[in-house]
Design a protein around this ligand. Sequence first.
Ligand code: DAH
Length: 343
Amino acid sequence: MEAFNKIQELLSEINGAEPTDKEQLETFRIRFLGTKNIIKPLFGEMKSVPNDRKKEYGQALNGLKQAAEEKFNARKEALEASTDEAAYKDMDLSLPAAPIQQGSRHPISIVMNRMIDIFEKIGFVVAEEREIEDDWHNFTAMNTPADHPARDMQDTFYLKDSTTNLLRTHTSSVQARVMTTQKPPIRIIAPGRVYRNETISARSHCQFHQIEGLYIDKDVSFADMKQTLLYFAREMYGPDTDIRLRPSYFPFTEPSAEMDVWLGTDTPATKKLTKGTGWLEVLGCGMVDPNVLKNCDIDPEEYTGYAFGIGIERTAMQNFNISDIRLLFENDVRFLKQFSAVI
Ligand code: DAH
């Protein structure tokens, strides 16, 4: 019978095969064990085998398949053993192992984590939100409507073909996200990345980091804000640190202020950092504008609150004596590994 003959023929081919390298072994595998292998069709021949020989045929076919598998496994093992040997033959076992590179924390993360710890200690909870925002949360809800001149303050990256979706220009957008989904009392900090269409230079970048703070409850006062920020400054810059609040303007707070910390002018470094004044500008803050509360369906007659926004890069740069902001985003390991000891 032809089918029986074919089995015999293939069996002797398998027995005689000696694949000696990876390629030959792969050719063998494809021919006898691959998804379209040559043995498969022979199973289909079963129907043309006379009944009294079906059993014999089935056994012969299974034997053939098994022979192919055994040959393949044996040759594979032998081949691997011989390549291993060849690889070790020229190996210098006295050479030191390749060093395992230890990771280190990015200076931005170090500063951000420190600030988060400080606020968490007094009950603030981290709120993380999206970096791609709509203009309602980023601007409109924050009391910056479409025709408001303050929109010019920030040059914004809009998403392609969109006049509403943008990369958030500040973490203040998280205020709107939280206030529209949670009921007061609210006490959150929102660390994250923000984007502005600015020319990249040693001092400014089109992406940077902020931490937003928001506190909404009954009877929250400017004095509460000042005390919280003083606590923050003393934890961050030392127990004797003084602060000052300068009147300022932000659309989403009224009144608004900027906070400086006193670093003094004793050393050349602090002199340079503070441009000779002794004061370093650290954050923007203010009482949440009643319009912002209204936009987010919180009754300004019942609730008040304060908010603040801290820029991270400047603090990181001054902390680690980094003179060019671009270094923070290049992720050159030679730069980054310098900060491993400071965690
Ligand atoms: N969003 C402001 C900025 O990016 C920073 C800021 C100022 C945030 C005052 C605040 C605030 O929450 O009250 O420049």
